[in-house]
Design a binder for this molecule. Structure first.
Ligand SMILES: Nc1ncnc2c1ncn2[C@@H]1O[C@H](COP(=O)(O)OP(=O)(O)O)[C@@H](O)[C@H]1O
Ligand SMILES: [Mg+2]
Length: 411
């Protein structure tokens, strides 16, 4: 090893491993001479064994350093996450008169279906729990009328707008026509614009929406990777107290044009605290939390609820807790005893934090976890899966039940 170049622990390990294999080859050679009349070379064998010992020692050292390095990195990451979550929940420094208005539900103009627009965020700080899948299928259920209203009437399609707030753009890629999406990306007509004021963005709200797969009553605001940059920039600005960056979505969505055009606005949030997810929350009436019914997932519910609770309290939000939704259960007919147990744990965790939310007596009397759940689907996804049937939420009874229960909870 050249002493002039300082190697990193992984490089040391790789180098030592190479030496190790070389030594092993030589040891085998020393022990099994090519000529069967020769004695094994004991002295050479011992010498090689010593080198091997040294070699292992170096690897051990490097492994220890590596372990230390990862521990430090983990601690640093934890500090960063903690700091950024406390940045997001920091009380606003704007004068009350300068805070963009949250229009209370009752003050909104009538929505197309005759009621008032409801703005709903689907949030969980864990990825892969089904936020996007559930949101997309609920759009399909509501926009095709696959739900019952309070009078038990079905088949009344609602106008729905869904907003992709994850820079990975899963919802966009699955629910918009590829060519339409390509054009929107090229023109920069995406959810990234929502993190600007209207004057900065220089686009009309309608220009940001594209059709949502084959459904005449649904529209989508797509997301792409440019959102990641913008989210980080907005975090830094808030951190350095240059700009209050948590109210953009109020500016865009609490407008008569949105209220008059849509019965529901759904935000599909990323599994992280970003400017977009905070802005969505600040503009929302309700938040629902998809989760898997496994013990392991209860931690994420706890983390998410604690953050939602703090945000609500410190930013004085109007958002209400809609409930947790179990996704990927084992059976269609009912929960297994273990799933029931985990449902109960989710319920206890949510109940712990519900005092942070402004709840009406009816809302707080509701169970924290919805009765409706979505079973695991094998052999294909729920959206554009291997079996090719797009958005089964418009037809499957489990989504019909879920849409109906959500509808009841947000009235
Ligand atoms: N009930 C389900 N049955 C089968 N697969 C599911 C189910 N819900 C979600 N998935 C799959 O799990 C993956 C993660 O789901 P997704 O909705 O993208 O999660 P999130 O938005 O929370 O990150 C996707 O591949 C999705 O198709
Ligand atoms: Mg998602």
């Amino acid at each position: 090893m050249s002493p002039s170049k300082k190697l990193s622990p992984p490089e040391i390990i790789a180098q030592q491993l190479e030496d190790f294999y070389e030594l092993r080859r030589e040891i085998v050679k020393a022990l099994t001479p090519s000529n069967r009349y020769e004695e094994p070379d004991g002295a050479r064998y011992r010498e090689l064994l010593d080198s091997l010992q040294e070699n292992l020692g170096e690897m051990e050292d490097a492994a220890r350093q590596l372990h230390q390095f990862y521990q430090d990195a983990e601690r640093r990451l934890e500090r960063v996450l903690k700091a950024s979550s406390s940045i997001w929940t920091r009380p606003t420094e704007l004068f009350p008169s300068k805070i963009p208005q949250f229009t209370p539900i009752e003050n909104r103009p009538p929505a197309p279906g005759g009621g008032k627009t409801r703005i709903v965020s689907f949030i969980n700080l864990k990825g892969g729990v089904g936020k996007t899948t559930l949101t997309a299928n609920l759009v399909a259920a509501f926009a095709s009328g696959a739900f019952r209203d309070l009078d038990g009437r079905a088949n009344r399609p609602a106008r729905v707008l869904v907003v992709d707030l994850d820079f990975q753009g899963t919802l966009s890629q699955r629910c918009a026509e590829p060519l339409v999406l390509q054009t929107a990306y090229e023109k920069g007509l995406t959810a990234t614009k929502l993190l600007e004021t209207r004057a900065e963005a220089k686009v009309a709200f309608d220009e940001l929406t594209v059709p949502f797969l084959g459904l005449p009553n649904a529209r989508l605001i797509p997301a792409d990777e440019s959102l990641d940059d913008k989210d980080v920039r907005r975090l830094n600005e808030l951190a350095s107290r240059r700009t209050e960056t948590r109210y953009y979505h109020r500016l865009w969505f609490h407008k008569p044009a949105v209220f008059e055009n849509y019965d529901f606005v759904f935000f599909d949030c990323p599994p992280r605290l970003t400017a977009s997810s905070v802005c969505a929350l600040v503009a929302s009436d309700f938040v629902f939390m998809p989760t898997a019914p496994e013990a392991f997932d209860v931690n994420a519910v706890n983390r998410t609820m604690s953050w939602l609770g703090k945000t609500r309290k410190n930013l004085n939000l109007s958002v209400q807790f809609g409930g947790a939704i179990l996704n990927r259960t084992n059976n269609e007919k009912g929960l297994t005893p273990l799933e029931e147990k985990n449902k109960n744990r989710v319920k206890l965790v949510c109940d712990d934090y519900r005092s942070f939310f402004q709840e009406s007596p009816e809302t707080s009397a509701r169970a924290a976890v919805l009765d409706a759940f979505i079973p695991r689907r094998s052999g294909g996804n729920y959206i554009n899966g291997a079996d090719g049937d797009a958005l089964p939420g418009a037809t499957l009874p489990c989504f019909h039940r879920l849409a109906t229960e959500i509808y009841r909870r947000i009235q």
